[in-house]
Design a protein around this ligand. Sequence first.
Ligand SMILES: NC(=O)c1ccc[n+]([C@@H]2O[C@H](COP(=O)([O-])OP(=O)(O)OC[C@H]3O[C@@H](n4cnc5c(N)ncnc54)[C@H](O)[C@@H]3O)[C@@H](O)[C@H]2O)c1
Length: 400
Amino acid sequence: MSTTVAVKDFPVINAVVRELRLPEDQPFQKCLVLAVQHVHSSMLALLAGLRCGGADPASVTVVGKSYSTRLPAVEALRAAGARVVDPLRMADPLHSYEDELAAQVTSTIAELRPRLGAGTGLLVIDEGAVATKALLQTGDADLLSRVHVVEQTTRGARWTEAAAPPFPVVDVARSAAKADLEGPLVTASMVDGLSMALTALNHRPERIGIVGYGRMGARLAGLLSADHAVVVHDTAAQNLAAARADGRRVLERDALFDEVDVLIGCTGSPILDAGDLAAVTRPLVLVNGASSDIEFAVWRYRTAAAILPGSGGTADQPWLNHYAVGPTSRQVLVAGGFPTNFHLPGEPISPQDFQVTRALMLAGATQTMNRSEPGLVPLDAAAQAIVADAYGQVTSLSGR
Ligand SMILES: NC(=O)c1ccc[n+]([C@@H]2O[C@H](COP(=O)([O-])OP(=O)(O)OC[C@H]3O[C@@H](n4cnc5c(N)ncnc54)[C@H](O)[C@@H]3O)[C@@H](O)[C@H]2O)c1
């Protein structure tokens, strides 16, 4: 993989650089950057965009999410001068990966702290509010007064909204542009990951249950209903009404657990724990259609002995393994309970496509650096339009 990525090769990122006048305004010149991100090759394009806005690669630290990290991208980022922190392994697969990531980010912030001299800001490119939580826990008022955040996930945006942090945060997660442009790419790669896993497990399900009928779940239901009977559940009345309007069959949670062969969690929160699992007596395949490993709080079953044939990893890389779980080992946890799109070999979405998300995050990074008022605000509509227009040109030029 090339280490020197030219922004002009990524037209959507280039449009953000040009239209938001990053070379002229240099919004990232006087800051350190902490990015908690999926490390794929499109991270190089984001780094190139940050550089156009004045960031020195040596000031950029990327904390990878081990379950999605691709090694060639790590090597390329390092060769480009950025620091990448990522163990690529879990110390303890019997607990949630979120605990290990939080500890990693906390220690990275402590290492960065002495480098934040007077007049230096900290730009945080966050996923799941992991860094936002760790920063708030420091209670370090001087540090918090220099922080500017851009948030990529719905789960993180919701948490940040409730926490009301004393620094500016831009919500890219719930932007219409992210739902419209990234949503179809992610759900298509989720379906690919799911079918690869089901083939490896020699499993042909008929009935699929989707819990969480939001942006992701609704799209996934649409794709899967072409070949399967799909039933859905959601706790929000408005999204249940949307499901019914889309012609979906809706069930209560426990009724859905009793009926389906495959259960897909698309909520961004725990939907089933070890106690719930003990009450399920029939075979059931558990699939994460969201993020990290939080949909199914059944980590205690991720033992080496429970790894099923068709898995591809060692015990300390649970995202590469499928597990027999539950007291009678009759249920299956696909990809260790991590999202199925990252279970695919290679990168789940091509860098030319995934540049839309990186471009939205670059626009959000620019917006948050220009803000001083604390609290969560939506990504500017004008920035969303820049990304949507530029991506429209990319897709029409490539005939997609
Ligand atoms: N893997 C990826 O590449 C990727 C990409 C984008 C988003 N995501 C993740 O997918 C998840 C869903 O994102 P989204 O944009 O669809 O969010 P969303 O807020 O639009 O939808 C979530 C839905 O889940 C419902 N819900 C929440 N808790 C529930 C519970 N306990 N039981 C039943 N329903 C519940 C909500 O009412 C909502 O309808 C998030 O965690 C997001 O971070 C992952």
